[in-house]
Design a protein around this ligand. Structure first.
Ligand SMILES: Nc1ncnc2c1ncn2[C@@H]1O[C@H](COP(=O)(O)OP(=O)(O)OP(=O)(O)O)[C@@H](O)[C@H]1O
Ligand SMILES: N[C@@H](CCO)C(=O)O
Length: 302
């Protein structure tokens, strides 16, 4: 017997956008759907379809289940039993925010099942605590392009207009790279000149997005804080950036912690095939996703 049923749709996200490490994120029109039912029987039922179906756990170690349980503990909600259905389009450990989607979707669904006691900001704070960095979860929850400023325990976000008349291509190589592994290769400290290099480019990127000045993206999407350390985890990454620019892309970057490469280009530019060819030349199959920005964040669909 189903007591209550909630369904939410949560977008994929691309974080960093080059220089905006842990501070910039954009949501994309690629979605996971989460259905959460409160049932009378005291049990946890987890079903998974799509991406990760053969990999994801069906018990309380599942990240979406952990997010749901963390919210119920916080508000003191004790359902008898739960049935969770995950319909996944977002590839796992690929740099498109799959963990953020599981967390954001789970928290929003649990909050709705319990009568929406928490605000979106409270959900964001809890999502950041679970994810460990704010950019993907902020974009997944709020939609659009977000700037996240870490200020003590408070995360503030400013939403930017999303790019129009620019093509967004994600090239997803067929290997997984966990964010944990991609963060472990980062240094604890960076040279001041590299920090200044990124500060200027992140500011320029925000200005370019606001003005729709795509010719600035070539410089504005450059990075020295994470990509130089992660390029050994993604074969040919620096060549791929050069190939993307040669093919006419405005700019390209590692999507989040990778291995997906995200490129912004004029609509007629076939940069995706050029990047896929570069991976293939290294013996790595890859799929090309032509995506658009998603203005709406995680939301109820019934
Ligand atoms: N739909 C899902 N349901 C439950 N858990 C998921 C789901 N999608 C991802 N996860 C969990 O998140 C892990 C992948 O998270 P990780 O941060 O490494 O990569 P990502 O979020 O896809 O990439 P990035 O953070 O770079 O954008 C998976 O191994 C799995 O444990
Ligand atoms: N800012 C995070 C994003 C992970 O998707 C990182 O690069 O580790």
């Amino acid at each position: 017997m189903v007591v209550k049923r909630i369904a939410v749709r949560v977008p994929a996200t691309t974080a960093n956008l080059g220089p905006g490490f842990d501070a910039l994120g954009m949501s994309l029109k690629l979605y996971n759907r989460i259905e959460l039912e409160e049932i009378e029987k005291e049990q946890l039922l987890v079903e998974v379809e799509g991406e990760g179906a053969a990999l994801l756990p069906r018990d309380d170690s599942n990240l979406a289940v952990r997010a749901i349980a963390s919210l119920f503990r916080r508000i003191g909600y004790r359902p008898a039993g739960l049935r969770l259905r995950l319909y996944n389009e977002i590839p796992l450990a690929s740099g498109l925010g799959s963990s953020a989607a599981a967390i954001a979707g789970g928290l929003v669904a649990a909050n709705a099942l319990a009568g929406n006691p928490l605000s979106r900001q409270e959900i964001l704070d809890q999502a950041v605590a679970l994810e460990g960095h704010p950019d993907n979860v902020a974009a997944a929850l709020l939609g659009g392009v977000v700037i996240v400023v870490q200020d003590g325990t408070f995360y503030s976000c400013t939403r930017l207009q999303v790019p129009r008349n620019v093509k967004i291509t994600a090239v997803v190589p067929d290997f997984r790279l966990s964010t944990k592994a991609a963060r472990e290769v980062l240094p604890e400290f960076v040279p001041l000149k590299d920090a200044v290099y990124n500060l200027g480019r992140a500011a320029l990127l925000v200005a370019a997005l606001r003005e729709g000045n795509w010719d600035l993206l070539g410089v504005a999407m450059q990075d020295r804080l994470h990509q130089p350390y992660r390029c050994r985890l993604v074969p040919g990454l620096n060549d791929i950036f050069a190939i993307a620019r040669k093919e006419g892309a405005y700019g390209a970057a590692l999507s989040g912690a990778g291995p997906t490469v995200i490129a912004f280009s004029p609509p007629e530019c076939e940069v995706g095939e050029a990047i896929r060819g570069a991976f293939l030349a290294r013996g790595i199959e890859a799929r090309v996703l032509n995506l658009e920005p998603e203005l709406e964040g995680t939301h109820l669909i019934c």
